[in-house]
Design a protein around this ligand. Structure first.
Ligand code: ZN
Length: 63
């Protein structure tokens, strides 16, 4: 399978709770690793609650 060498990326959007109307965009791999989030916490620490929630979500739905 030639495609297996290429990471399949998925994009997710969530709306900020503290700032309604502000979208946070997350990028994750198909196997459930979060690569980036557009929120300030991710920018500073490389970790945020969006990423944590998304990992749990992906884990549940992993085929
Ligand atoms: Zn975030």
């Amino acid at each position: 399978m030639a495609n297996r060498a290429i990471p399949m990326l998925r994009r997710f959007e969530t709306e900020s709770r503290s700032m309604p109307g502000t979208k946070r965009e997350l990028v994750a791999t198909r196997d459930g690793r979060v690569l980036s989030c557009s929120c300030p916490a991710w920018t500073f620490r490389g970790q945020c609650r969006h990423a944590t929630r998304l990992v749990l979500f992906l884990d549940e739905f992993n085929e």
